[in-house]
Write a protein that binds this ligand. Structure first.
Ligand code: PLP
Length: 410
């Protein structure tokens, strides 16, 4: 029997409570009852300082005070403010100059880029391919529009990115569907913190090129939501030229988000940026994305489009933002390393980790372990394949404490 009253299920699987928000609410309740020092809330996907307060880049916040009302109150064009479309390419690409036909579309966060890519480049009923460890909303976004997510094992037996598993699934899905949308979240993947290496990328692109001959279309969405928190900014953009060497029926879309990179989570701003092989395919990208935007959210919010435009039109300001972000990025990297170091010391296995907001611990009975840890005041997110710990939301000292707390219950 359906557990809906008036609402229609329409093939979707809608839980009663979001797992992450549920755990976070229980943590808040325990803090209220027992005090802050009794609780570690490692469920939150935003960067917090050691005192548990949201980090907001001051250099970015200052721009808000300089805005004129029309710059944020007016509608933005459906595809985005022209100066934003230019600025966001610089933000996503760094010094890389694409040899492809590029179009950038403003979206409400990286989420909007994910939605628009799925809706336009897959067919009703299609499977979208991603890694077995992945951000759960991929399923939500796909399910809402009558698609579903299919996965390949992200790591092989030696803890290396599983290029062979990826290639096999690409082949299988292309044979079954004719066309395929792939999502890879890198660098600083959520929830593992893994970043694809140069060799991983070569393998991924070789597999796509090979299957392209049998496919109607293959669209690779690179979800770079955490790109500026992975380490050296240029180093982590080195993969971009590899996206260019493809036949015309393959297109990459960069799913960019201002949420983390500019600490503008709540202003809902991001972009879908295509690297197309022909001007016609780029023009089509613009056309279909504008249509989908109109259907789902109309125009994206203007304020952050203006903020980013202003930052990229003032070199001194851009440098200031970069320098301020680098301090927090290093703090975050330090926390992740502290966690990994302690885990290694006590022999707790973690999923291959490079950098980012999260570390994951593989286990079979994640729900059960998470429940026991909650009783001890440690709140982390149980996933199908293990436990996700947000190092972004806790201090380095807490990062050093958690591995032993988890190990005890394994
Ligand atoms: N992709 C991943 C893997 C994420 O973790 C997030 C946010 O948590 C996003 C994309 C997009 O976020 P937003 O829509 O807030 O920009």
């Amino acid at each position: 029997m359906s557990n809906y009253i008036l609402a229609k299920q329409n093939g979707r699987n809608i839980p009663l409570e979001d797992k992450a928000f549920g755990a976070s609410n229980r943590a808040k309740k325990m803090i209220a009852e027992q005090g802050k020092d009794k609780v570690i809330n490692a469920t939150i996907g935003s960067l917090l300082n050691d005192e548990g307060e949201l980090v907001v880049l001051e250099s970015v916040a200052e721009v808000v005070n300089t805005l004129k009302p029309v710059q944020y109150a007016d509608y933005a064009p459906i595809g985005g403010v022209v100066s934003f479309k230019e600025a966001v390419q610089k933000a996503a690409f760094g010094s890389y100059q694409p040899k492809a036909y590029v179009e950038a579309m403003a979206t409400p966060g990286g989420t909007g880029a994910l939605h628009n890519t799925m809706v336009n480049y897959s067919k009703a009923g299609d499977k979208i391919l991603t890694t077995d460890w992945h951000w759960a909303p991929y399923n939500t976004i796909a399910g809402e529009i009558g698609r579903s997510v299919e996965t390949f094992e992200m790591f092989d037996g030696e803890g290396k990115f599983n290029v062979a598993g990826f290639a096999a699934k690409v082949k299988e899905l292309v044979a079954a569907q004719g066309s395929l949308v792939i999502i890879l979240n890198t660098p600083a993947h959520n929830p593992t913190g893994y970043s694809l290496t140069d060799a991983d990328w070569d393998g991924v692109m070789a597999a796509i090129r090979e299957e392209a001959a049998n496919a109607e279309s293959i669209v690779l969405l690179v979800d770079v939501a955490y790109i500026d928190f992975a380490g050296d900014e240029e180093e982590h953009r080195k993969f971009l030229p590899k996206l260019e060497d493809v036949p015309a029926n393959v297109m990459s879309v960069i799913g960019y988000s201002l949420s983390k990179t500019f600490t503008l989570y709540g202003t809902r701003c991001g972009a879908a940026i295509c690297l197309a092989q022909t001007p016609e395919i780029a023009a089509e990208f613009k056309r279909v994305n504008e249509f989908s935007a109109r259907a789902a959210w109309s125009n994206a919010a203007r304020i952050s489009q203006q903020i980013l435009s202003d930052i990229y039109s003032d070199e001194a300001l851009l440098n200031k933002v970069g320098a301020e972000r680098a301090v927090y990025r290093d703090m975050l990297i330090q926390r992740g390393r502290a966690f990994a170091e302690e885990a290694e010391k006590i022999g707790l296995e973690i999923v291959p980790f490079d950098a980012g907001f999260f570390v994951s611990v593989p286990c079979d009975n994640a729900d059960e372990i998470a429940k026991k840890l909650e009783a001890e005041g440690l709140f982390i997110l149980p996933l199908k394949k293990g436990l996700r710990i947000s190092v972004a939301s806790i201090s380095e000292a807490a990062c050093r404490k958690i591995p032993a707390m988890i190990k005890k219950h394994m």
